[in-house]
Design a protein around this ligand. Structure first.
Ligand code: NAD
Length: 492
């Protein structure tokens, strides 16, 4: 722990000294009007850096840089882009320790999970690098008196707007396919955790990415983010964040007819039948809500349990929740670190009070818990005796808070699972294969795991239904968003 801490301090010193600048056309620059805001560490609320607070004028410069860089980048052969993206992945791997330690101090996520974030970021780059050479491939279709050649072309400069929860990994997940497709990028990271986005663009340019292909503008959603979604040179917006922000972006982008791709919130059910492997199911349900501080779009935040095992199973999860170590994110023993920001901590603790006021029982957790150093700590919480109409069962809390609801049969379980506005993921636990087919067919979710926690396989589609999103990432689906399909008919 001490060694991690002193290494983190060394890596953070440059941010304290230089602040977090924008990157526009290959140059590190402050906001044009010199405005900044302060980024706090959730560990002790001490400032980590002053960050460029961009306005529409900065976004305009970044969009123009992305537009100027687009023709050459789009024309680069796929094989050359592949090599370059692999070089970025190599550079990410060589700075994995720095990325992980900075990310922990900026977000409050524990090192136990963040130590893998950089490696997953590199994997995202490698995955899309390998697909770059075939990105433009299409098909040929013969018609009467013609041969049609269908191909794909990159859509143009795109905006990428990311949230604060796992900023490094999510930025790579959105930006790598855009670059592989031949698009240039303006990235607006979340204001609560801007540090590793700065590292990432530096790494990419040091690896040889041409100037202006990837631009970074820091700042708040309501000014920098909004300006990006409204900019006429930006052809599409890849957005990860809250559902209500997605609605705003759709409105903001309407005048310029933006193509949008949304990965939004969730209130994901984990459904446990009495015939499941209960020990495995309890481990997985615990992991899926309390890992990454519960600040995870795919977290299983609603536990639906068959009534005959409800008492037994919720006791198993409560016992596991109580054992979870809450502490400093750099302590290797820590599972749950501080939440991102005092505002978010208050939101989560208000839900703990609300759940009790709504009549649910706090079977694990402590609404009065105060962690060390004034940090944004919350104990893993489990509510039992929950009714699906309660606000704690309907609203995305985005913290380590699980609500447990009993069901009497399969029909009721499906109805409860679908009775929310969200539909990102679902987790089903049963040993009855026929039931698993039947149930997953009816479950309203973009991604479902049967007898497993969330294990991502990058070629598979990632995304949600209902208020959880529009569009899919992963595999070839990312290229469908970042590219236009074009048909050319030759007369024969
Ligand atoms: P948020 O919507 O508040 O902010 C996300 C980003 O949008 C930030 O960069 C913010 O500055 C920007 N933004 C805010 N208002 C904007 C506007 N009007 N125009 C343009 N940009 C704007 O979300 P958050 O609180 O940072 O992140 C948490 C949310 O993200 C949760 O709802 C979570 O479920 C969701 N999330 C979803 C996924 C997924 O893959 N589905 C992954 C991670 C997080």
């Amino acid at each position: 722990f001490e060694e991690n801490l002193s290494k983190a301090e060394a890596y953070l010193a440059r941010f304290a000294r230089d602040g977090v600048l924008n990157q526009i056309g290959g140059e590190a620059v402050p906001a044009r009007d010199g405005a900044t805001f302060e980024s706090l560490s959730p560990v002790d609320l001490k400032p980590l850096a002053t960050v460029a607070r961009s306005t529409a004028a900065d976004v305009d410069l970044a969009a123009k840089a992305a537009k100027a860089a687009f023709p050459a980048w789009a024309a680069m052969p796929g094989e050359a882009r592949k090599k370059l993206l692999h070089r970025i992945a190599d550079a990410i791997e060589s700075r994995a320790e720095e990325i992980a330690l900075v990310e922990c101090m900026d977000t409050g996520q524990s090192l136990r999970f963040m130590s893998k974030a950089a490696l997953r970021g590199a994997e995202n780059f490698r995955f899309f690098a390998d697909r770059a050479p075939a990105a433009r491939d299409g098909q040929s279709l013969r018609g009467p008196g013609q041969v049609n050649m269908t191909t794909r072309v990159p859509i143009g400069p795109v905006g990428v707007i990311t949230p604060w929860n796992t900023p490094f990994m999510l930025s790579t997940w959105k930006i790598a396919p855009a670059l592989a497709a031949g698009c240039t990028v303006v990235h607006k990271p979340a204001e609560f955790s801007p540090l590793t986005a700065r590292l990432l663009v530096e790494i990419a340019e040091e690896a040889g990415l041409p100037k202006g292909v990837w631009n970074l503008v820091n700042g708040f959603g309501e000014d920098a983010g909004k300006a990006l979604t409204e900019h006429p040179d930006i052809r599409a917006i890849g957005f990860v964040g809250e559902s209500r922000t997605g609605s705003q972006i759709m409105k903001q982008g309407a005048d310029t007819l933006k193509r949008v791709h949304f990965e939004l919130g969730g209130k994901n059910p984990v459904i446990v039948f009495a015939d499941a492997d209960l020990e495995r199911a309890a481990d997985a349900a615990t992991f899926m809500i309390y890992s990454l501080n519960g600040e995870r779009c795919t977290s299983s935040s609603r536990l639906l349990v068959e009534a005959s095992i409800y008492e037994q199973f919720t006791a198993m999860v409560a016992e596991r929740a109580r054992r979870i170590r809450v502490g400093h994110p750099l302590d290797p023993e820590t599972v749950v670190g501080p939440l991102i920001h005092p505002v978010h901590r208050k939101k989560v603790s208000d839900y703990l009070a609300l759940g009790q006021a709504e009549g649910a029982t706090l079977a694990a957790g402590d609404a009065a818990f105060e962690g060390p150093d004034g940090g944004c700590y919350v104990r893993p919480a489990l509510f039992t005796g929950v009714d699906n109409h309660m606000r704690i069962a309907q609203e995305e809390i985005f913290g380590p808070v699980l609500v447990a609801i009993p069901f009497s049969d399969e029909t009721e379980a499906v109805a409860l699972a679908n009775d929310v506005r969200y539909g990102l993921t679902g987790y089903l636990w049963t040993s009855d294969v026929t039931r698993a087919f039947r149930f997953t067919d009816q479950l309203e979710a973009g991604m479902i795991w049967v007898n497993s926690e969330n294990v991502r396989h990058l070629p598979t589609p990632f995304g949600g239904v209902k208020s959880s999103g529009i569009g899919r990432d992963g595999g070839d689906w990312s290229f469908e968003f970042y590219m236009e399909t074009k048909n050319i008919a030759f007369a024969t």
